[in-house]
Each structure stands twice: as C-alpha cells, then as structure tokens.
Design a protein around this ligand. Structure first.
Ligand code: ASP
Length: 322
C-alpha cells in the first residue's frame, strides 16, 4: 500500500528499529560476491542532482543503484551545467527531473532546499547534504560503521571534533546518536566552530550526556570513537575566522598513543590536514572502511525507498506518522 513518496530528509526520521533493519540489510549486501547484482532496483532510474562538490556521496549512490540493477542519470555540476545556471528554481528542476526518474538524490548549498524540492514531487527524494544543515545518509553510514566496528551503538563515549558549527555530517550524527542509549558525547571544537547551543540543548533534552571540552588529548583515553571533521572553508564569510579554526585539533601519532586500543577514528572525508596520513596504517584508523560502508548502506536505503517501505517513523517535522 502506497502512502506518498518516502523521502529521506533528516536523521530525525530514524528510530532504532529502522536503523537496525537497515544495518542488517547493509551487512547482507556487503557480503554479496563481487559483481553480483541484486536486481532489486531493476527498471528504476535514479537521478543525482549535485549543486555542490562530492566524491563519495554521489559515486557511492550511483554505484549502489548500479549494484541493485537500476540505472542512473546525473547532473554532477548542477549549479553550472543544469538550468540552475539560467535561474531555474530547485523546485522547478525537481519537478522536471521527477518526470524522468523514480528517485532523486539532491545535494544543495542552501539549508532546507532539498526539503523544498521534495515538497513538490511525487517520487522519493534523498537529501545528500543541504548546506550546513543535514547529511542524513552520512550519519547513517557513520553509525553503521560504529556498529560494525564495536558490535553495538550503546554505552559509547564519542568525541565529535572540528567543525561542529557548519559541519552537516557532525550535526546529523549527533542527532542520530540520540537513538543510542547511555552515550556520552564530548564536543571538541575551536571557539568559532562550536556547535549551535540550540542543537546542544536538543541533544541533552533527548538524553545524551553532552560535554563541551577544549582539550582533545585529555579526553582521548576515555574514547571509544573519535569522529574528526574538516573545517568547512566554503561556509566561512571571513577567511581569518577560517584560519583561526584550522590546525587546532589534529589526529597524529601522539594523539593515537593516548587513544585506547579498542577505539576507532572516523572522518566523513575529505580530510585536509586534520588527520596526519602517518596514522593511516594504525588499525584504529577506520575512515576508509567507513567510506566503503557507504555502498551497502546506501544500497539498503535505496531498496527500501523504492519498495515504498517506510523510512520515517517520525515525520521530519517531529510529528508521529498516523
Ligand atoms: N563530505 C562531507 C559533506 O559533504 C564532509 C565534508 O565535506 O567535510 O558534508
């Protein structure tokens, strides 16, 4: 029974049951032999519309759709090569492309724009990052990676490090962590990129134990997960503010010596200096495994969306679905 398109706009849509269903399916898909095509998206077309740069998100979505047996059409530089360059609104572009595809995956620099596109089409829309607001599929991959690496999502001590103001991946992950139990969250950011106090309040109200700290080395021995992020240069109006935020917290060999043996280091990537490549060989450096997890997780999500199975336990506006 179909009840309108199942958009994926915010991590607020996901509850524990849905998360574990996705993770389990992603594990099955990750175990497929190389070159195996599931056929679960056969006949379907996915359109990727990217108005901002991307490597992992667009390519792993496209690879995921291909592995499911579906087809892909793409506007990689949508800001300059689609009719947006002629002044077309995101709503009009989405309306038109929805006539060619069964699923839209959109990245856009303006917060809320992907939701605006979703509101005017009758095919599912997945938010692949809207400005500094959300990056829900990245957060799903991050939590899936924590689950794979640690075998659980509960009772964890996690540090989010770097750009917690403009970093949509960190914001989405923090929100998704409210679905875990007994989580302690350290926020470690330079003064100019501290997390929005309203979001900190939201996380605390949802039951997370949140502490803002400014000494990463001091908390490192307590961590199960260190989630490092890039300072989002493209969001700064004042280059001196950007410069002030850079280089403050770097994961290097010294810091790795302070991390427990069982801890993992994650990063949504790309990195630009905040993780020293000298630590890449450390088995706790999990960021390339994390990037790889994007493929099966996005396959699981696309399958679910195309099958019209619910991807919202709670509507993105916070109201429970009838
Ligand atoms: N790739 C992630 C994003 O698009 C993280 C980053 O760009 O720093 O948000």
């Amino acid at each position: 029974m179909r009840s309108g398109p199942q958009h994926v706009l915010s991590v607020k849509q996901f509850d524990r049951r849905l998360l574990f269903e996705l993770f389990q399916r992603a594990d099955e898909l990750a175990a497929l032999p190389p070159r195996e095509i599931t056929g679960t998206a056969r006949g379907a077309i996915m359109a990727t519309l990217f108005y901002e740069p991307s490597t992992r998100t667009r390519l792993s979505f496209e690879a995921a759709m291909t592995r499911l047996g579906g087809a892909v059409i793409s506007a990689e530089y949508a800001a300059s090569t689609s009719s947006a360059a002629k002044g077309e609104t995101i709503e009009d572009t989405a309306r038109v492309v929805a006539g060619y595809a069964d699923l839209l995956v959109i990245r856009h620099p303006v917060a809320g724009s992907v939701a605006r596109a979703a509101a005017v089409v009758d095919v599912p829309v997945i938010n692949a990052g809207d400005g500094a607001n959300e990056h829900p599929t990245q957060a799903l991959i991050d939590l899936y990676t924590i689950w794979r690496e640690h075998g659980r999502i509960d009772g964890m001590t996690i540090a989010l490090v770097g750009d917690l103001r403009y970093g949509r991946a960190a914001r989405s992950l923090a929100r998704l962590l409210t679905q875990s139990v007994g989580t302690r969250l350290f926020l470690v950011a330079p003064p100019v990129t501290r997390m929005d106090p309203l979001l900190v309040e939201e996380l605390r109200a949802a039951g997370l134990r949140v502490e803002e700290v400014d000494d990463l080395a001091a908390v490192a021995p307590e961590l199960d997960v260190l989630y490092q992020t890039r300072i989002q240069r493209e969001r700064f109006e004042d280059p001196s503010e950007y410069a002030a935020a850079c280089g403050r917290f770097v994961v290097d060999r010294d810091l790795m010596r302070r991390l427990p043996e069982h801890a993992v280091v994650l990063h949504p990537l790309p990195r630009v200096g905040e993780i020293d490549p000298a630590v890449d060989d450390d088995p706790r450096a999990a960021y390339f495994r994390q990037a790889r997890n994007g493929l099966p997780l996005r396959m699981a999500l696309i399958e679910r969306v195309l099958a019209h199975r619910p991807v919202a336990m709670v509507a993105a506006n916070g109201h429970a679905h009838a």
